[in-house]
Design a protein around this ligand. Structure first.
Ligand SMILES: Cc1ncc(COP(=O)(O)O)c(C=O)c1O
Length: 382
């Protein structure tokens, strides 16, 4: 391959973020908006500090296991921003991603005997991952305020799930954030029926003011997941897990399951530890929040008069369609060069969800690309 072909490949990867080689604006992806002016200097300087203290050969010589002692201590600082208290570092596991953590938890925490409960519309891979491990999935109804506690109680009685996977802040896809009262109700039901909670809190760091996770109300049954893909960058490949206790952490990850594929890259883990210890992670977060709020404003203005669910801290916007097929709307938009996700992709086969589309507003590389996509969406909406 000559140099020109190689450099074209490089730029295609960058362009994939917003407009792919086929010219499509990809709003089905849900990445944080780029903030290179802040991100680049902070991360470059932090990386230099990491390499100045740990030579590359030492840094990359071996696996990171559950994270070094320092990683886990700083991980406790990081998750405390959401949980309130700093958990014992023995309960913390640094993983390669939220998906990697879920892959480890499904066979150990759920297993094949009892089912996994999920929100009726949820992050699509959870169903395909469960299928890989022969795990039956049962749906729990959601309403305008999130997971419905009565429906959860009923599922607990009828199906005896081993665990519940859910998002309590900026639910995917509906954007709903549960009230504190409802979080406490879900925690109490889980405790009553001894159902473990796998709480994916990946969108929560961008909220202007955040509510305590459900895991804070029922820590002895909770696996709390705080990934960095939606607040810092998807390519950092890092997620912090808080286990109910140190023994469960060791049993579900290392040395309990002698797999290494879920382990964080030492480079990412050391970089994140450095960012947390200097507090520079908060500067990146602030920049992402500012850019996201500006994009949110742009979307709300561009779609004024249309029905939508959104929040200035939420990466995605949910657009209910009045009596119009979401599938056909998504197909028409794709023909017009905008890729969006339709509601059926979040539901199990055989259940028809309310017609709606979800758009990720952080993925386009610039506000002007997002503005163009929104004007095409406006034309396509009823
Ligand atoms: C709810 C939810 N969890 C997890 C992920 C993926 O996170 P990670 O890259 O850490 O596996 C996504 C990405 O779309 C998501 O929407």
């Amino acid at each position: 391959m000559d140099e020109m072909a190689l450099s074209n490949l490089g730029s295609r990867t960058a362009a994939d973020r917003a407009i792919s080689a086929d010219g499509v604006i990809r709003l089905a992806l849900n990445h944080p908006p780029p903030v290179p002016d802040v991100f680049n200097p902070i991360v470059s300087e932090a990386m230099n500090r990491v390499l100045a203290t740990t030579p590359p050969a030492e840094l990359m010589a071996t696996h990171r296991w559950m994270g070094t002692e320092k990683d886990r201590q700083l991980g406790a600082v990081f998750v405390a921003r959401r949980l309130g208290d700093r958990p014992d570092p023995d309960r913390i596991i640094i993983t390669h991603s939220t998906q990697a953590a879920v892959h480890m938890l499904l066979p150990t925490v759920v297993g094949e005997v009892r089912p996994l409960a999920v929100e009726q519309m949820s992050y699509p891979p959870i169903r395909s991952f469960a299928a890989r491990y022969g795990i039956r999935v049962v749906d729990v109804a959601i309403d305008g305020h999130g997971l419905n506690p009565n429906a959860f109680e009923q599922v607990c009685r009828r199906d005896r799930p081993a665990a519940l996977y859910l998002l309590s802040t900026f639910q995917n896809p509906t954007t709903v954030t549960m009230s504190v009262g409802r979080r406490k109700e879900i925690a109490a039901i889980a405790r009553r029926h001894q159902v473990q909670i796998i709480e994916d809190d990946i969108y929560s760091l961008l909220a202007a003011s955040s509510l305590p996770p459900i895991s804070a109300f029922v820590p002895e049954l909770s696996w709390y997941l705080l990934g960095t893909a939606k607040s810092f960058s998807a390519g950092l490949k890092l997620a912090f897990v808080v286990a109910p206790n140190g023994a469960d952490a060791a049993q579900a990850f290392w040395p309990g399951i002698r797999a290494t594929y879920w382990m964080a890259s030492p480079v990412s883990a050391a970089l994140m530890a450095e960012l947390i210890s200097s507090g520079d992670d908060l500067k990146i977060l602030d920049a992402v929040k500012i850019e996201l709020a500006a994009r949110h404003h742009l979307v709300v203005n561009g779609l004024s008069g249309k029905w939508l669910a959104s929040d200035p801290g939420c990466l995605h916007v949910w657009i209910p369609l009045k009596g119009v097929s979401s599938n056909r709307t998504a197909a028409a938009l794709l023909r017009d060069g905008v890729q969006v996700a339709d509601s059926a992709s979040y539901a199990r086969d055989g259940w028809i969800p309310p017609e709606a589309i979800r758009i990720g507003i952080g993925n386009p590389e610039s506000r002007s690309v997002l503005r163009e996509a929104i004007s095409r969406i406006r034309r396509a909406l009823p």
